[in-house]
Design a protein around this ligand. Structure first.
Ligand SMILES: [Cu+2]
Ligand SMILES: [Zn+2]
Length: 179
């Protein structure tokens, strides 16, 4: 039932972004992360991942209860959201040993996602396709399973090392296989 809910969330969001090319691609695997509030925040949310056949992973980040404005979103290396500030997640997932940066403009960490815009009502949506990711698979340097999705208190400046000067962790969730 849970999987069905995520799938329907994905499909309804897909309808909103109907100009995107993922509608012509075959989805071969799904994963998700449920975001829990950290560092005293009220943030909740769900991150949905869809493995496209040979074309990377489509990701939708949906949050509510967040403070308005820009919030950095990254995959951190350890899928461990324990503790009030989720410090066990470690640094940004970086199997290619590159500097922190802006996705799409190399160099950047494999875990760099970008900034989500949160509206005045506390909700926000971020959608993108990461061609360098897989859900599972033989190449561990591309596999997003068991990484931690972190939403930060502030915006990613895409420049400051090693994490974009984006502040504390206000949301955390572990990427979990839907198989
Ligand atoms: Cu981060
Ligand atoms: Zn980074």
């Amino acid at each position: 039932m849970k999987r069905l809910l995520y799938l329907s969330a994905f499909l309804s969001l897909g309808a909103v972004t109907s100009c995107d090319d993922d509608e012509t691609g075959e989805i071969i695997r799904l994963a998700h992360a449920d975001l829990e509030a950290k560092s005293g925040s009220s943030l909740t949310g769900t991150v949905s991942f869809s493995q496209l056949n040979g074309r990377g992973v489509r990701v939708y980040v949906v949050v509510s209860g967040a403070t308005p404005g820009l919030h950095a979103v990254h995959l951190h290396q350890n899928g461990d959201c324990s503790g009030p500030t989720a410090m066990n997640v470690g640094t940004h997932w970086n199997p290619t040993s590159e500097p922190h940066g802006r996705r799409g403009t190399p160099p950047f960490h494999r875990g760099d996602i970008g900034n989500i815009t949160v509206n005045a009502d506390g909700t926000g949506v971020l959608a993108l396709t990461a061609e360098d990711w897989t859900i599972g698979g033989a190449d561990a340097s591309r596999d997003i399973l068991n990484k931690a999705v972190i939403v930060h208190a502030g915006a990613d400046d895409y420049v400051t090392q090693p994490s974009g000067n984006s502040g504390v962790h206000v949301g955390c969730g572990v990427v979990t296989d839907d198989l």
